[in-house]
Design a protein around this ligand. Structure first.
Ligand code: HEC
Length: 196
């Protein structure tokens, strides 16, 4: 009888522990879904702001002028939006132009996976990955979303560049690998992070 009561207590404790664990898991999953949705909005906002700014720069100062603009303003706009939103915002690529934008392991693995899925026929724009990862400073929520290459991108990222564009890129980015793209290719990703 004593054993039975003890067994019941143990079983009840186990059930309570599982229930607590499941509740914590549900809570964690809900928080990650919320963060991923927010990251998606912040990334879209950054993309739209950048696109508008680059188009404006091409109109006012031509393609070569817009290259310098990209160099200064892409990181500056990211910094300003990071400040405002609390998200660390950047872009990276398996074929970066700016070596400072080279991917880390998380980003490289995500892009390799996206590339495999795209090769299977999935849409570039649908590719995203998010996860909470452990870092030396504690947990970090990470979000990566593919950026499709559009027609206007080809002037600076395509297979054939105008000579003055090619020359300007070579001068500013001697290690440039971000050419040879076709419309519809994955150009790179938005990569965002924040403390959960
Ligand atoms: C006027 C030329 C120009 C056009 C047009 C342009 N880019 Fe870029 N792009 C650049 C330059 C210059 C950089 C490097 C910026 C830096 O130094 O951070 C860059 C960097 C990037 C990066 C960051 C990773 C890397 O390679 O360093 C991504 C992603 C990117 N471009 C995507 C696009 C997409 C998508 C489009 C079209 C919507 C586009 N670009 C149009 C010039 C251009």
């Amino acid at each position: 009888m004593v054993v039975t009561v003890r067994a019941l207590v143990v079983a009840a404790a186990a059930v309570a522990a599982v229930a607590l664990f499941l509740a914590a898991e549900r809570e964690r999953a809900a928080r990650e879904t919320r963060l991923a949705a927010e990251a998606g909005r912040v990334a879209a906002d950054y993309g739209a702001t950048l696109l508008g700014a680059v188009k404006g720069a091409i109109e006012t100062s031509g393609l070569v002028g817009a290259i310098g603009f990209c160099k200064e303003q892409a990181p500056a706009i990211a910094a300003e939006q990071s400040q405002r939103t609390g998200w660390r915002i950047a872009r990276t690529s398996l074929k970066p132009r700016n070596p400072a934008s080279a991917p880390d392991d998380f980003e490289r693995a995500a892009m390799a996976d996206f590339a495999a899925r795209i090769a299977q026929g999935e849409a570039v724009a649908a590719q995203m990955r998010s996860a909470t990862v452990e870092t030396a400073e504690g947990p970090l929520f990470r979000f990566v979303k593919a950026i499709p290459t559009g027609e206007p991108c080809l002037a600076c990222h395509g297979a054939t560049l105008k000579p003055d564009v090619a020359a300007a890129l070579k001068q500013l980015y001697p290690e440039d690998t971000a050419t040879g793209f076709k419309a519809g290719d994955m150009r790179g990703v938005f990569t965002l992070a924040r403390r959960p």
